[in-house]
Write a protein that binds this ligand. Structure first.
Ligand code: PXL
Length: 272
């Protein structure tokens, strides 16, 4: 067997101690899509299904070593970023990614958890916009992140389209602007996709009424990364990821008391 012929993907993200989100959700997703997963840990978060209670960033020289060790031995074919905590870490990750040959980059612009815990320092937001976003082969903002990055209050489908185009003008090549979940009467969730080619379309999936949605954004961006590592074309990678996450939300597992994880087992080994 040729060394490094097996598809390998990388998550550059924070560790979430309850395993529901962050790096752990990414690695579960890589596994479920049969891609080998490597991880550059950027921060450690202590939390559970009630919320996040402490967070520690990794030293940048340690992060440099993680990148160097992977670059020296593995053939990473696609990478994603998750929690990057502060400006120093963003700049360090950008520097390392630019030096490496790790394939397309999926940027999940993690700013805040669904339950209001801040994962990126406020002062780092501009660094994210100006240094990381232009490197994004794919950008996967949630509704709140689209509003914040594009500086548009989104109240209609047209606003989502405008925000996506603005984020593309800022340098991200392909965008999935995720729809709002704020309306509990809704029966579907609609995400807007704008591809590098200029093609644009909506993706729609049934809305599941459940609190067990920790790790959905991480899993979506990780699934796209896994597919890109296997060489799946961009549009197909995005469609697979959306269905993968929807399946994972649709069969919750009873772990934790409050906002539990999605179920990667239910979503694995399927043809989407
Ligand atoms: O899902 C966003 C997220 C990303 N990264 C880490 C997290 C979370 C949410 O809890 O803990 C480390």
């Amino acid at each position: 067997m040729v060394v490094n012929s097996y598809p390998q993907a990388l998550t550059i993200a924070g560790s979430d101690s309850d395993g529901s989100a962050g790096m752990q959700a990414d690695l579960h997703t890589f596994f479920a899509r049969q891609v080998y997963g490597a991880s550059v840990i950027t921060a450690c978060v202590a939390g559970n299904s009630y919320g996040i209670h402490a967070s520690v960033p990794m030293p940048t020289d340690f992060i440099d070593q993680e990148f160097a060790d992977l670059a020296a031995d593995y053939h990473i074919r696609a990478a994603k970023t998750g929690m990057l905590a502060d400006s120093e870490l963003i700049n360090d990750v950008v520097k390392n990614y630019q030096k490496s040959d790790f394939g397309p980059l999926v940027v999940d612009p993690v700013i805040m958890t669904k339950h209001g815990n801040q994962l990126l320092e406020e002062s780092a937001f501009n660094t994210l916009r100006t240094t990381l976003l232009p490197l994004a082969t794919v950008l996967t903002p949630n509704f709140y992140e689209s509003e914040k990055i594009a500086e548009i209050t989104i109240t209609s489908a047209d606003d989502m389209v405008k925000a996506a185009h603005k984020m593309q003008q800022m340098g991200a090549k392909n965008i999935i602007a995720k729809g709002s979940h704020a309306n509990t009467d809704q029966t579907e969730v609609r995400d807007f996709v704008l591809l590098e080619s200029g093609e644009e379309f909506w993706l729609s999936e049934p809305y599941h009424q459940t609190d067990r949605v920790n790790g959905t954004g991480d899993s979506l961006s990780a699934c796209i990364t896994a597919e890109l590592a296997k060489g799946t074309p961009m549009k197909r990678a995005i469609e697979i990821a959306k269905q993968f996450v929807n399946t994972a939300i649709g069969s919750p597992i009873e772990v934790g008391h409050k906002f539990g994880p999605v179920n990667h087992w239910a979503a694995q080994n399927r043809d989407y």
